[in-house]
Write a protein that binds this ligand. Structure first.
Ligand SMILES: [Zn+2]
Ligand SMILES: [Zn+2]
Length: 253
């Protein structure tokens, strides 16, 4: 299973980091995971034409994670020399079908295929979820401590795993889902406690990593108030190798 970071940033403009977007590949299949603005271009840089994606998984519906969904569906619709003839499957938390229906209410046939449909599978927000993705990848989810139908996501293939926090505040469910995972991709949006507790900061991540014992940690989604060096130093106290992920970074697990 190959995991690639398409966007390691936030919704704030950054010359080097796009909003959240990732790619999971296994057995020749490609699954988009989240996709803020600019994801389609960074996907192409990673060698994948969006028209040939095998599906998408969304951690939640905030715009920095879903901004390129409408451009993606329009791209599938236009197709040109690669007309799509198979459905486009999407997995997201409960409420995602309503979200897509609202987008269809605005864009109508511009984002609807004639030879294919967008097929949404919703995952529970009140307990564990599971789905078999293209390429034989098993998706396991637990509800996150955030908004907009947020989930933690764990992808498993051939005995290896990558776990993505999504956006979340302190969450025992994340430590549970990330148990002994090969790679934990974890948001680190804050530098410390803030009024809105729907995001993580270094001390919370350190304590969660100490409990879950992932083989390595990639930090992402840092807002400008975060001091990356301090965050890395604190999270490393848990004993696992920790880096700040960058756009285009890729690893074979
Ligand atoms: Zn969010
Ligand atoms: Zn976010």
């Amino acid at each position: 299973m190959r995991f690639t970071v398409l966007g390691s940033g936030t919704t704030l403009p950054d010359a080097d980091r796009g909003p959240a977007g990732f790619l999971v590949q296994a057995e020749g299949r490609s699954i988009l995971v989240d996709g803020g603005s600019g994801t389609l271009q960074r996907l192409k840089r990673a060698g994948v034409d969006a028209r040939e994606l095998d599906g998408g998984v969304y951690s939640h519906r905030h715009v920095d994670h879903t901004g390129d969904l409408v451009p993606l569906l329009f791209t599938l619709k236009v197709g040109i020399d690669r007309p799509r003839t198979r459905d486009y499957p999407i997995w997201g938390g409960q409420g995602f079908q309503g979200f897509l229906s609202a987008l269809l209410g605005v864009y109508g046939q511009w984002i609807q295929g004639t030879a294919w449909s967008t097929v949404v599978t919703e995952l529970p927000l009140d307990g564990p979820g599971e789905a078999l993705l293209p390429g034989g990848v098993l998706l396991r989810t637990l509800p996150a401590n955030h908004a907009a139908g947020a989930l933690h996501l764990r992808f498993e293939h051939d005995g290896r795993s990558v776990t993505f926090s999504g956006d979340t505040g302190a969450s025992p469910a994340l430590a549970e889902l990330a148990e002994a995972t090969d790679l934990l991709v974890c948001e680190c949006a804050y530098d410390g406690p803030e009024d809105y507790d729907g995001h993580l900061y270094a001390e919370l991540i350190r304590d969660m990593v100490a409990q879950a014992r992932p083989a390595q940690v990639w930090l992402t989604h840092m807002y400008p108030q975060v001091d990356p060096e301090r965050a890395l130093r604190v999270v490393r106290e848990a004993g696992a190798p920790v880096i700040r992920a960058r756009d285009g970074q890729s690893v074979e697990l």
